[in-house]
Every structure is written in structure tokens, then in C-alpha cells.
Design a binder for this molecule. Sequence first.
Ligand code: KG4
Ligand code: ZN
Length: 365
Amino acid sequence: MNDALTILGLESSCDDTAAAVVRQSSDGTVNLLSSIVAGQADLHADYGGIVPEIAARAHVEKLDLCTEQALHQAGVTLRDIDAIAVTAGPGLIGGVLSGVMFAKGLAAGSNLPLVGVNHLAGHALTPRLTDNANFPYLMLLVSGGHCQFLLVNSAQDFTRLGGTIDDAPGEAFDKAARLLGLAQPGGPSVEACACDGDPTRFKLPRPLLDRPGCDMSFSGLKTALLRTRDKLVAEHGGLRRADQADLAASFQAAVADVLAEKSRRALREYLSHSPRSRLFAVAGGVAANKCIRAALETVSNESDTQFLAPPLALCTDNAAMIAWAGLERFRAGEFDDFTLSARPRWPLDQSSPAMLGSGKKGAKA
Ligand code: KG4
Ligand code: ZN
């Protein structure tokens, strides 16, 4: 039996401003009382990617409104809150800084403890918020800015088994959409376009499958897609609808194959460490893709391991996961003072070697 805790979570590390309230009752029951997400897609639409300065300014404008809405929707006031959890990194530094400064102000004004949260820990701990998952489990975090396999040993202990050495898959989907003349964000539009395409028509590469381990690479796939598209355009004077669909389907199949095979390897490693706990969870926007989700579920079934994909709203960036990760930290007796700083880079597994490259959403952690 524990004390009941009610935590306000704040997120502003990329292009979503979010606030949420999570409560854990004394019997351990968890309730997501509210979750507000204000996206910025419209603000960045003309630029073909996220403009960090625009994102940071929009966070400053929206953080207080989102917080007000989250408290209102949860039916609580700041007096009912036990601590304020805020993303302190990794991410676009202007956005992270906006959130941290806002949280400090709110914590000072309301005399509440401040809990800095690693955004990646938020994603990685989501299966505990949604499904009360037990440690240790295997997590594939796959979004527009991140791609890594993590052994989640406890709320503070993560082992990175591998990750992308260049682009994240969501980033690759976004670039693929640009090459195919489809709308942003690229994931949903490539998936929709791929529906009536032939995934076997174009033999796009499956990078790094010939190398052992769980590291991945997606930038060569994008270049192969560019070359194939250019060849079709030169042959036919433009991209025909059927070619566009076949390209989208072939690209999606290649990403799914890579993620599936690398998941197979990561699962093998996880199960060799913890043969009795068998849970593979996925998080991040790319987990919304039905073809990829099905491929991961198949791999999970092969090794008799439970597969968990949280609801989409909790897969993509949100503040509920930050509130939950903050709650786990706070329950462990950890919190921060006003020297809490915003960190652009903050690997979860401090002992793993730094990865190459930095994507559109900032340095990969
Ligand atoms: O987790 P998220 O909302 O934000 C971060 O990147 O942190 O993920 C957004 C990414 C975008 O790159 C988007 O294209 C991709 O997830 N995405 C998808 C799908 N829906 C969103 N990728 C593939 N298929 C989808 N259905
Ligand atoms: Zn994220």
C-alpha cells in the first residue's frame, strides 16, 4: 500500500505541447485523468520540417493553456497536485527549455516539487501506465526522432541493445512521402498510398541485415527510393499513380522487414537474459503503421512473447507518459531543485556508445 499520488506532466521537446494529469491511488490503481496535446503541424507545414525556433515560441504560447485545460479536464486544481513532472530532455533545446522554465515557475508559485523526466523514459515506461507491465520487458521505441531497442530493467535502469545509426524510421517515412509527392507527416500518407500497391515490385535494400546485432540504418533506403523514383520519372515523364503506390508499398515492406528481423534478434537477447518475463512493447508514432505492427506481432508470437502496442495517443508524444515517468521517479524519492537544466542529448543508457548522426528532430539519444 502506497500513498496516493497525483502528478501533473508537461511535454514540449518536439512539436507537440502537452499537459496531463495522472493519479495512482493508494491501492495501486492508475488513472489517466486528462491528457491534452496541442500539435504544431500547421505552423511548420510551409517548411517541410520542424523549425526549432517556431516550435519553441509556440510552446511558450501554449504551455499555460494546455496546463489549464489538463487541470480542468481532470477536475483538479494545483492544490490537488503532488508534484510537477516535466520533460528535461532529450529534444529540441528551445522547446525543452520552454517547458523546464514554465515548470519551474509553476513549481515555485505553487510550492510543489519539480521532477525532471527523460522523454525517452516516458516512452519506455508507457506499458506500465497502460498495462501495468512488469520489469524487465523489451521496448522498441520507433518514432520520427528515435529508434532503439531497450531492455527496461526498472524505472531507472535501461540497457540499450541497439538503434539507428542514421535516420529514424518516421523520419525516413517523412522523406519518402516528400519523394513521392505525398502529404506530411509522411507515415500515414505513405501507409494509405501503399494500400493498393505491390510491396514486391521494387527490390529496395534491407540495410544492415547482413551484420550481427540490433543496429539499424534507414538513410540508404531513402536514397534507393529516390533512384527508383527518378528512373520511373525519366521513363514515363512523371510518376504514375500505380508506380507511386508500388513504391510506397515496397518502401513500407522494407522498413517492416528490417524492424522485424532486428526485433527477432533483440528478443533473442532479451529472452536469454530473462527467459521467464516475456513482454515486447512498442512505442512511438511509427507503431501506428499496421504493416509494421503486424510484422512485430508475428515476431513476438514466434517466441511465445506477449506483444503490447499502447493506444496511438499514448504511442506518439504526450504528457501522460511524462506524468507517469515522473510519478515513478517521485515515488522512488527522487526530485529536482531549481538548478534542473534542459538537455538536448540525454541517452537513457549512459554506458552505451554515442550514436552517429542527428535527425530533423535533434540529436539522437
Ligand atoms: O512519436 P511521434 O509522434 O513523434 C516523434 O517523432 O517523437 O512520431 C511521429 C512520426 C512521424 O515521422 C510520422 O511520419 C510517423 O511517426 N508516423 C508513421 C505513421 N504515423 C505516424 N509512420 C509510419 N506509419 C504510420 N501510420
Ligand atoms: Zn517522442
